[in-house]
Design a protein around this ligand. Structure first.
Ligand code: C2E
Ligand code: CA
Ligand code: CA
Length: 652
């Protein structure tokens, strides 16, 4: 019973999967097939039962079938491909009828001619041009036979009366043959129709669901597969992972290098993601638009599986891309969400992944897993933070502390200025938390300027030969007038420009050949030195290092942290230091916490060290004391050398 039903369904739908063609087309195919099959069935029964009635039935069968052929063509027209059915059906039918006629020795009854004509008329209606010709030929032959008999000419009724029973049998056989022919023609025509339909539907669907730039599924297609995946996961009790990927700093690359390069970059990113996930049918990348991508992970039981995929995708981006003759390393932030834990439906899951991405981005973390409790409270806090941050400067809640930088030999060479914020409502807030927020809101520009002024004020007091390094955010650098503001501040503080160092991140200078790049060059020309912060993390591109007047690099503390334990980390640290030395840059190692790290880094050839081992960040007064002490020590050791403070140098 079940196989019968399956057979019927298959016959009715011509073996097409629901969903593979537009529903309207499938509906029409069903109508055509059901009607054809039932009429053919009735016809066959009638032919077998009564010869004469069978004849009438055959006319109905064939005319009906041809009418259905017309419907078939209507369907085809809908799919913009009119050439079909008519020729095949008509020709087959005509050949069979003609053959049966020849075998039976001629027309038994000239009225029988209409039996031949009707299908051909149907074929004409079908839109088959050949049908006209066949109709004329058959009509002519029929009329010819009829006329000849009426006029008593020729051997018209060649069949003797006693053979009429045989004739009748032939008539029946030819009718059955016609049924078979019609059926065959229609099965063939239908199959072709459906193939065409399927092909055009698939290509239409593809066009509508493909992202023009990258060829990945677009937002609409993604939403559809997300819903489908969730429905199937719900049935099976399975898990689904969702990654929401957003490139970091894409807008800047797009703006500074042009849209053509931006497009090329997106294509390259898409290709890398696809290549990385090619081996799994369960993982599908889509592009939502802009620089946003998603990966749908079917059958991922828990979020750790999705996180592994996120890490793989981040890893494929670490290799620089060669775009418009430039090496560019693009980073991404990925939000990870898991069905059903993080969202029960498509909208909720997507929102969770998007939200997690946003947190990953804010924390420069690569990826982040959605975590409702902590992220929602983080959002609340960040609202609070933002409000507090706007008033922090006026309310004197910010201070600058200074962390010593020491030469390999252990002598103080300068300080890095680090911002501190003690909010009355929130307590002390770590820079890693509020600096990204200040960058997002643009507040970093006045705050950064304030840090610069504080640092210059301390610099005025410091003995000469010591420098202060001030962190500069990309936003500050890109704001017009940066060069003027910095040089005006230096001038009004009355310090020598070569005692000021600006620390910029590689993030800040990607794609910066514009005004910001020129500002850096001009500051360098004034004597201000430039340090590349967080060296070795992401965005590493040698061509950038050559293009900017950089004096030294700061080896990120992530490299330093593991050098006592992991062999890999030691190799990495040595490679990064070797690279910097190869480029003739000074090297400062950050985050030195242990004597072991210090020994290793000194052996590698780091020029300077910074970290808790050598000194914690301290208030300016304490920094000044430390500087004067260091100067005294140096003075007594150098014996003859005079203690010259900056101020007395200026005064003299
Ligand atoms: P950074 O520029 O990489 O600064 C070095 C960070 O490492 C500082 O964190 C410092 O306190 C910390 N550090 C120093 N020695 C050690 C050590 O031995 N071990 C460990 N674990 N950490 C050490 P801090 O002050 O929290 O600053 C974090 C980041 O905030 C800075 O990273 C910098 O990117 C940003 N920042 C701080 N002040 C400013 C500022 O005035 N302007 C801008 N634009 N960014 C700032
Ligand atoms: Ca720094
Ligand atoms: Ca750093």
């Amino acid at each position: 019973m079940r196989t019968l039903r399956a057979l019927w369904t298959n016959l009715r739908d011509s073996g097409l999967e629901p969903g593979s063609v537009p529903p309207v087309a499938l509906e029409r195919i069903r109508v055509v097939n059901t009607a054809t099959l039932s009429i053919i069935g009735i016809g066959v029964l009638a032919v077998l039962q009564y010869a004469w009635m069978g004849l009438v039935a055959m006319v109905l069968v064939v005319a009906g079938a041809q009418l259905l052929g017309v419907l078939n063509v209507v369907v085809l027209r809908q799919t913009r491909d009119p050439a079909l059915a008519g020729h095949a059906a008509t020709t087959l039918l005509f050949v069979v009828l003609l053959a049966s006629n020849v075998v039976s020795g001629g027309f038994y009854d000239p009225n029988f001619g209409w039996f031949y004509v009707l299908p051909l008329l149907g074929a004409v209606l079908n839109g088959s041009r050949g049908g006209w010709l066949w109709t004329l030929v058959v009509l002519g032959t029929t009329l010819g036979f009829w006329g000849a008999r009426e006029l008593g000419l020729g051997p018209v009724d060649r069949v003797p009366a006693e053979q009429h029973a045989v004739q009748s049998l032939f008539n029946r056989l030819s009718a059955v043959g016609a049924v078979a022919a019609v059926a065959a023609a229609f099965v063939a025509a239908n199959r072709r129709t459906q193939e065409e339909l399927r092909r055009s539907a698939v290509s239409a669907q593809r066009k509508a669901s493909e992202d023009g730039l990258t060829g990945l599924p677009n937002r609409a297609a993604f939403r559809q597969s997300l819903r489908r995946s969730l429905a199937s996961a719900r049935r099976r009790g399975a898990g689904v992972g969702l990654l929401f990927i957003d490139l970091d700093g894409f807008k800047r690359i797009n703006d500074s290098l042009g849209h053509a390069v931006g497009d090329q970059l997106l294509r390259e990113v898409a290709a890398r993601f696809e290549a990385e996930l090619r081996d799994s049918d369960l993982f599908a990348v889509s592009r939502l638009g802009g620089d946003e991508f998603t990966v749908l992970l079917d059958d991922v039981a828990d979020a750790s599986g999705s996180v592994r995929v996120a890490e793989r995708l981040l890893a494929v981006l670490t290799l620089p891309m060669l775009l418009a003759g430039r090496e560019i390393v693009v980073r991404a932030s990925i939000g990870v969400a898991q069905y059903p834990a993080d969202g029960e439906d498509a909208t909720a899951l997507l929102r969770a992944a998007d939200h997690a991405m946003y947190h990953a981005k804010r924390q420069h973390r690569g990826w982040a897993r959605w975590d409702a409790a902590s992220m929602e409270s983080a959002d609340r806090t960040s609202l609070q933070l933002e409000g507090g941050l706007r008033r922090a400067l006026q309310r004197n809640e910010m201070t600058v502390v200074y962390q010593p930088i020491v030469s390999a030999a252990g002598e103080l060479t300068g300080f890095e200025a680090l911002l501190r914020w003690a909010s009355p409502e929130l307590g002390p807030v770590a820079p890693d938390v509020f600096i990204p927020l200040a960058e997002e809101t643009g507040l970093i520009v006045p705050i950064g300027q304030w840090v610069l002024e504080q640092s210059l004020a301390l610099l005025r007091e410091l003995p000469s030969g010591l420098r202060i390094a001030v962190n500069i955010s990309p936003q500050q650098l890109q704001r017009p007038g940066f060069l003027e503001r910095v040089s005006a501040s230096i001038a009004s503080a009355g310090v020598s420009p070569d005692e000021l160092e600006l620390e910029i991140t590689q993030r800040a200078i990607v794609g910066e050949e514009g005004p910001a790049g020129r500002a850096l060059s001009e500051l360098a020309a004034l004597g201000v030195s430039l340090a590349l912060d967080d060296f070795g993390t992401g965005f590493s591109s040698l061509s950038y290092l050559r293009r900017f007047p950089i004096d030294r690099v700061k080896i990120d503390r992530s490299f330093v942290a593991d050098i006592e334990g992991e062999l890999d980390a030691r190799g990495l640290a040595s490679a990064v230091v070797a690279l910097a030395r190869e480029l003739n840059l000074g090297v400062v190692a950050e985050g030195v916490e242990t004597p072991g790290q210090r020994a290793f880094l000194t052996r590698l050839g780091c020029d300077e060290l910074q970290g808790w081992l050598l000194g914690r960040p301290m208030p300016s007064a304490q920094a000044l004391v430390l500087a004067l002490e260091a100067q005294r020590k140096r003075g007594s050791r150098d014996n003859a050398s005079m203690a010259v403070t900056k101020r007395s140098a200026i005064n003299s």
